[in-house]
Ligand binder design. Structure first.
Ligand SMILES: Nc1ncnc2c1ncn2[C@@H]1O[C@H](COP(=O)(O)OP(=O)(O)OP(=O)(O)O)[C@@H](O)[C@H]1O
Ligand SMILES: [Mg+2]
Length: 306
């Protein structure tokens, strides 16, 4: 199911602030897209190896992102599918990904490091990049240079918004100088305490004025089940006990929103340019398209289908 002819859609998950749900989103969005029938390549670009550990892989044992980015190995021999969510292949990271700068030629263009990788990824529908919170990391520069879209995660508090602002500034820079096709795919609120309605409304209006139309209608609630899955080394959507959890369904809804935005790229970008607010709490691009999220029952069935 190629969304774009013969080419994967490359989505980097980012925010230049630590602990704001990037890895949780990379893992569970990948699993959700896999359940929806897409072939997904998930690349761990963070030397802290959060995605790799979240999926129960001991990064020390496996070659992965380092070997791929310095050209020592081709893509497919590195891709792990055993034990991964259906449809998902993982390129794992190890802590020595920090040595990438010493392993690549001195004058190599870091923003171009992912391009040969993407060329080898034509059999995938989506390439999902989990990034580190550090803007100066070579792998973060590679993500900015190689991605079509940036999905920004944020927690509903002000510190997380600072990281968002910095990421937006860098996206604009990269678009001007390096990768003119890079666009913001949306802002996802993660680990939301639904009782904190006032803080949520304030954050929403701040983000709405900086990034009009970009909020995903779906937001990810705070739940201990999410942390449980990290400890158990699997995604929420594949966890025998939690795969029907409301947060698992939120990630499936997010996958539908992501599909629609990339499928209708130009319409979505126009929608954001002309967005002037209003429309209620959950109104968003799907409603604008006249499309809708499949009802919960369908999503629950999809979750069981793996
Ligand atoms: N919806 C949620 N409910 C409860 N806990 C969550 C939720 N989402 C994320 N967490 C927890 O918050 C912590 C940070 O999340 P995560 O690792 O996804 O953030 P990150 O942005 O990737 O962090 P880093 O910048 O350090 O890589 C983790 O312990 C994770 O389990
Ligand atoms: Mg992380």
């Amino acid at each position: 199911m190629h969304i774009v002819q013969n080419q994967p859609v490359v989505i980097a998950i980012g925010n230049q602030k630590g602990g704001v749900g990037k890895t949780t989103t990379a893992v569970n969005l990948s699993a959700a897209l896999g359940i929806r029938g897409h072939r997904v390549l998930l690349i761990d670009l963070d030397p802290a190896a959060g995605t790799t550990r979240h999926l129960g892989i001991d990064g020390v044992e496996f070659e992965g992102t380092l070997e791929l980015l310095c050209g020592e190995s081709q893509l497919e021999p590195l891709a792990i599918t055993d034990g991964m969510p259906a449809g998902v292949s993982l390129i794992p990271a190890r802590h020595d990904l920090t040595t990438l700068s010493t392993k690549t030629p001195r004058f190599v263009d870091h923003a171009a490091l992912l391009r040969p990788v993407i060329q080898q990824a034509q059999r995938y529908d989506f390439v999902i990049l989990d990034t580190s919170p550090h803007p100066a990391d070579i792998t973060t520069l590679a993500a900015y240079g190689g991605a079509d879209w940036f999905l920004l995660t944020a927690l509903p508090h002000y510190l997380s918004l600072a990281g968002l602002t910095e990421a937006c500034r860098d996206i604009n820079e990269v678009r001007r100088h390096r990768n003119p096709n890079l666009e913001v795919l949306g802002v996802l609120l993660c680990s939301v305490d639904e009782r904190a309605t006032r803080a949520l409304a304030e954050i929403r209006s701040l983000v709405d004025s900086a990034l009009p139309g970009q909020f995903f209608s779906t937001r990810i609630s705070q739940a201990t089940a999410v942390q449980r899955c990290v400890a158990d080394g699997c995604s929420l959507l594949c966890h025998t006990q939690h795969r029907r959890h409301p947060v698992a369904r939120q990630f499936l809804r997010l996958a539908v929103e992501v599909e629609r935005r990339v499928q209708h790229r130009d319409i979505f970008l126009d929608y954001c340019r002309s967005w002037s607010g209003g429309g209620g709490e959950t109104a968003g691009f799907l409603e604008y398209l006249g499309s809708s999220i499949p009802p919960d029952l369908t999503l629950a069935r999809l979750a069981e289908a793996r």
